[in-house]
Design a protein around this ligand. Structure first.
Ligand code: FES
Ligand SMILES: [Fe+2]
Length: 393
C-alpha cells in the first residue's frame, strides 16, 4: 500500500510533511516528534500499514512455551495469535488462533494441551495448526479438512525472542540486528529464562511515548529515588545507529561498584552475575529498543523486557517480563531474590507509567510543540528519525 492509497485530511498532510523534513535531515536538529503524531487516528492507520503490518513485532519468548503442548495467546492489532510448541517435533509455531470455522478464538491465555479445541463447536487443531477433527462436518459440501488448519503467521526467533511479521513480506529480521548481536553476544540471551511477567493491561499512551521513554536522561527526575544514585546521568551513552533499533545505556557510579565473587568490580546485583560478560557489560545497564514495540534492559544478573502492543492511537497493552541467566537458578535464595528484583522493577515501571500517562495527555495541549532534546536523549532523536523514515518512505 502506498501513501496515495490513504485519503488524509490537510492536518495529517501537514504532519507528514513535517515527518518528511525530519527524515531528510535525519533529525540533525535533535528535536522531538510533533506532538500531534501521538494521538492522530489517521496516522495510527498509516502506522499499521507502514510499520506494524510490514515489520517484525516481538510477541514473546520461546521459553514461555518450554514443553510440547504449551501455548501462549497474544493479541496484535486485529489479529489473535498463539505461540505453540509442537508435540511431534518440539518446534515453535505462531498461528492465528481465529478458528477456521466461524472465527471464535480457539484459546485464550496460556496453558498446556494435547490439542487446541475451539470452545464454540469443538473443532480440534494440532499444535502446528492442522485440523485434527471437526464434529459432523464430513457431509458438508464445502468441507476440506486439509485446507482448514489454523493459519501460520510468519515468525523468526532472535536471541530466544519470537518476532512476527503480519503481512508475510518483510525482509528477514536477523540481518537488521547483526550489529546488536555482536554487542550483546556475551549475555547468551537465548539461554535466559522468563521468571516473572506482569501484564499492566491497556495503558493510556501511544507506543511512541513508550519508545521515547527509553532515555536514561530521566534518571535525574523520574527515577531520582530508584535508579539515579547507581546509574547517574553523567555515565549515559548511546551508540549511533540508523538501524531498526536503539542501543543506549548507563554505567554504574564509581562509589556503587562492588567486587563480584572473583573480586572484579561490577554493578550491584541481587543474583549471581551471568558468566562471561565483558567488564563493560558487568558495569552497565543496557537499554535496547528494537522498533517498534520491544525493549530489553540487560543487567549482569537479570533483564527486564517490555512488550508493547499498539491498541489504537494513544493506547497500548503493556506487558513486562523478567529474564534471568541459567546460573541464577543455582542461588539457594532464588525465589526470594526474583521477587526482590521484580518488585524493584515494578516500582520503576510505576514511575514510568506516571510519566507516560501525563505526556500522552499533554501531547494534546494546544501549547505542546516539537521540543529540543538533550545530548543524553540521542536515542529519542534517533527514534524520531527512524519513525519519520518509515512513515514517509
Ligand atoms: S467457531 Fe470454532 S468450532 Fe465453530
Ligand atoms: Fe524510566
Amino acid at each position: 500500500m502506498t501513501l496515495s492509497d490513504f485519503r488524509v485530511t490537510a492536518s495529517t498532510e501537514q504532519l507528514l510533511a513535517e515527518l518528511r523534513g525530519i527524515a531528510e535531515s535525519n533529525n540533525s536538529e535533535q528535536m522531538s516528534l510533533p506532538p500531534a503524531t501521538y494521538s492522530s487516528e489517521e496516522l495510527f492507520e498509516l502506522e499499521c500499514e507502514k510499520i506494524f503490518r510490514p515489520g517484525w513485532i516481538m510477541v514473546g519468548r520461546v521459553d514461555q512455551v518450554p514443553n510440547p503442548g504449551d501455548f501462549l495467546a497474544v493479541d496484535l492489532l486485529d489479529e489473535r495469535l498463539v505461540i505453540t510448541r509442537d508435540h511431534r517435533d518440539g518446534e515453535v509455531h505462531v498461528l492465528s488462533r481465529v478458528c477456521t470455522h466461524r472465527w471464535m478464538s480457539v484459546c485464550e491465555g496460556s496453558g498446556n494441551s494435547r490439542t487446541l479445541e475451539c470452545p464454540y463447536h469443538a473443532w480440534k487443531f494440532e499444535m502446528d495448526g492442522a485440523l485434527r477433527s471437526a464434529p459432523q462436518m464430513k457431509d458438508s459440501p464445502s468441507y476440506d479438512k486439509a485446507a482448514l488448519g489454523l493459519t501460520p503467521a510468519r515468525h523468526e526467533i532472535w536471541q530466544g525472542f519470537v518476532f512476527v511479521n503480519l503481512d508475510g513480506r518483510a525482509e528477514p529480521l536477523a540481518p537488521h540486528l547483526v550489529g546488536l548481536d555482536e554487542e550483546i553476544k556475551e549475555y547468551r540471551l537465548s539461554e535466559w529464562k522468563t521468571v516473572w511477567t506482569r501484564d499492566y493491561g491497556e495503558m493510556p499512551w501511544d507506543w511512541k511515548v513508550m519508545q521515547d521513554n527509553g532515555d536514561c536522561y530521566h534518571h535525574i527526575g523520574l527515577h531520582r529515588e530508584t535508579l539515579f544514585d547507581t546509574f547517574p546521568n553523567s555515565l549515559i551513552w548511546t551508540q549511533p545507529t540508523e538501524g531498526h533499533y536503539v542501543y543506549t545505556g548507563c554505567g554504574t557510579a564509581q562509589d556503587k561498584l562492588v567486587p563480584d565473587a572473583e573480586g572484579r568490580p561490577a554493578t550491584p546485583t541481587t543474583l549471581p552475575l551471568a558468566p562471561g560478560l565483558t567488564q563493560f557489560q558487568r558495569e552497565n545497564l543496557l537499554l535496547i529498543y528494537v522498533h517498534p514495540n520491544y525493549f530489553i534492559a540487560p543487567s549482569p544478573d537479570n533483564a527486564i523486557v517490555a512488550r508493547v502492543f499498539p491498541v489504537g492511537p494513544g493506547k497500548v497493552r503493556f506487558i513486562t517480563d523478567l529474564l534471568v541467566p541459567p546460573n541464577a537458578f543455582d542461588d539457594p535464595e532464588f525465589d526470594k531474590k526474583v521477587d526482590q528484583i521484580a518488585s524493584g522493577w515494578d516500582v520503576v515501571n510505576v514511575e514510568d507509567v506516571r510519566a507516560c500517562t501525563s505526556v500522552q495527555h499533554n501531547s494534546r495541549s494546544q501549547w505542546a510543540k516539537r521540543s529540543p532534546l538533550s545530548t543524553e536523549e540521542l536515542c529519542v532523536a534517533q527514534f524520531a528519525a527512524w519513525y519519520s523514515r518509515q512513515m514517509t518512505e
